[in-house]
Design a protein around this ligand. Structure first.
Ligand code: ZN
Length: 175
């Protein structure tokens, strides 16, 4: 529990100047907290390394944080899971999106849980508070891509997958 709270404080500090893409520009930290909440309280995940990695999942990709730093503070397991869900930002965006689909089946079960929760939260956000400049086609493209990332991971956690399917179904209102 203390390590989880430490992770929340760490992520809040690192993401402090960032905002989400929704019209209200929500604080970025709402997103990793939402992931951990889905995992713990909707899917019943109790693996502490998974919950901590969910809180930290965007710190390496989107802030000045290194894998070595996470390993030192939160342990090798947490750092490994975060790196498994971190895109290589030196690659073009389309290539990163393609690699997420390709890599999905090959990451650890712990990383699959974080990835599933990430896609659940992003789909929910697109329905509830979409980016102001996204038209329905762009939203639909994101839904389709998220599903292509999730499908190769199926079997890892049926409850979490059902939560994804429900969030995906909500996207029917978009078309
Ligand atoms: Zn995320």
């Amino acid at each position: 529990m203390n390590r989880l709270i430490q992770a929340i404080a760490f992520a809040a500090a690192r993401h402090c100047n960032q905002r989400r893409k929704d019209a209200q520009a929500s604080p970025y930290i709402n997103h990793p907290i939402a992931l951990a909440n889905v995992l713990a309280n909707e899917a019943g995940v109790t693996d502490e390394a998974v919950l901590i990695a969910a809180i930290l999942h965007d710190t390496v990709e989107d802030t000045d944080t290194s894998a070595a730093e996470l390993a030192e503070i939160f342990g090798e397991d947490v750092a490994r899971i975060v790196m498994e869900v971190t895109d290589d930002k030196s690659l073009p965006k389309a290539e990163r999106k393609r690699l997420q689909i390709e890599h999905a089946a090959h990451v650890s079960d712990q990383a699959k849980l974080v990835k599933l929760a990430d896609k659940i939260c992003n789909l929910r956000d697109i329905v509830a508070m979409p980016p102001a400049d996204w038209d329905s086609e762009r939203k639909q493209d994101y839904f389709n891509w998220a599903r292509r990332v999730v499908d190769p991971m199926r079997g890892v956690h049926p409850v979490l997958e059902a939560i994804f399917d429900a969030a995906y179904g909500e996207g029917n209102v978009l078309v």
